[in-house]
Design a protein around this ligand. Structure first.
Ligand SMILES: [Ca+2]
Ligand SMILES: [Ca+2]
Ligand SMILES: [Ca+2]
Length: 346
């Protein structure tokens, strides 16, 4: 249950969905408020922060991104220098990227090099997010990591085998670990690896939805009267309805309608309960909905409660309504849809 720690284990199902509503041309530039990186290469230097040398760069053939190994420094200086390069500390999207990073950088020139990656819980303890703001949920923590000790808000790929930590595994660390030399690894390149571009309202007609995903045969997903659904999104429009996910044929799901998060629990959109908070355009937000059937539910925006779902609305429909021909043919409504309304079974 690591990913849903905040919702605690009382909720037996946690679907973690990795979405964005954003054109794929957006780069991995960090979006932190000040816009300091708009000038790209180090326009303004703060006297107190060192500019680090790049020791080595390599291109990852899997994604075409360039990775720059910085000289060793603490986390903040490393992250700042990633920003100077117009990028962010690396976002590890899966085992293959982790493996490539390990084999390319952790023993470069036969020197063991621990690596700062962009994963931090600096903003909110226990809530790990990437410096690039990419929605990757892949983790490769070593056994018993993250230990979450005071100040351990940053993540390291270990270059050495030590105790429970194997080479290539991750551990959380303080900003300036004692007796450990760590190099920042910067990932430079466009694209959100797990992004799903949802169509703007009205664009669906031209040759079908711009992007969607269907996960087939999720009948094995059994719910025990409670559910947590999550997504990280950046709306590029807050007009009309944009479905983020829906189970089967008018089953449970979430959508934005006019910039407000809704819980899909009924055939009619107008009956869907909604959060109290409106989203902003072009800003990342983490959305979550927790529902306990017959008891109630809560909308969450960036981990903060953002409205309640009444006991009467706290239903979790299976999505087997059967509004389509396939239902008569006896096929199951066992799909799960990302980026579109369900309302179908294949
Ligand atoms: Ca990556
Ligand atoms: Ca921490
Ligand atoms: Ca640790």
């Amino acid at each position: 249950m690591g990913l849903s720690r905040r919702w605690n284990s009382a909720l037996p199902v946690a679907l973690v969905l990795l979405l964005m509503i954003q054109p794929l041309t957006v780069t991995v530039l960090a979006e932190e408020g000040g816009g300091e990186n708009e000038n790209g290469e180090g326009g303004e230097s703060e006297n107190s922060i060192a500019v680090l040398s790049v020791l080595s760069t390599h291109e990852n053939p899997d994604n075409g991104h360039t990775y720059a190994l910085l000289e060793a420094a603490n986390y903040s200086v490393s992250a700042y220098n990633a920003d100077l390069l117009g990028a962010a500390l690396v976002t590890i999207d899966g085992a293959s990227e982790n493996q490539w990073v390990v084999s390319t950088f952790t023993s470069l020139n036969a020197t063991p090099r621990n690596l700062w990656i962009g994963l931090s819980d600096e903003d909110k303890e226990g809530y790990w997010s990437w410096d690039s703001r990419q929605p990757s949920w892949y983790r490769n923590w070593a056994r018993d990591e993250p230990t979450m000790l005071a100040g351990e808000d940053y993540s390291i790929i270990s270059a050495i085998h030590q105790g429970e930590v194997q080479i290539g595994q991750w551990m959380d660390s303080v900003e300036q670990p004692e007796n450990l030399t760590v190099h920042g690894l910067v990932e430079i390149g466009q694209g959100m690896d797990h992004a799903i571009l949802l169509p703007l309202p009205g664009e669906e007609e031209e040759g079908g939805p711009l992007a969607q995903a269907v996960i087939e045969e999720v009948d094995s997903l059994t719910l025990n009267d409670a559910i947590t659904i999550e997504a990280r999104v950046m709306p590029y429009s807050i007009d009309g309805s944009q479905f983020i996910m829906m189970k089967g044929d008018y089953g449970w799901g979430m959508h934005l309608t006019d910039g407000v998060l809704h819980y899909a629990n009924d055939y009619a959109i107008r009956n869907h309960p909604s959060s109290e908070v409106e989203l902003f355009k072009n800003e990342w937000v983490h959305l979550a909905i927790t529902v306990e059937a017959g008891i109630g539910g809560t909308f969450w925006l960036d981990g903060q409660p953002a409205g309640n779902i009444s006991a009467g609305d706290a239903v979790i429909p299976d999505g087997d309504l059967g509004s389509n021909e396939c239902y008569q043919s006896g096929e199951d409504c066992d799909e799960f849809y990302l980026g579109r309304q369900g309302a179908g079974c294949d």
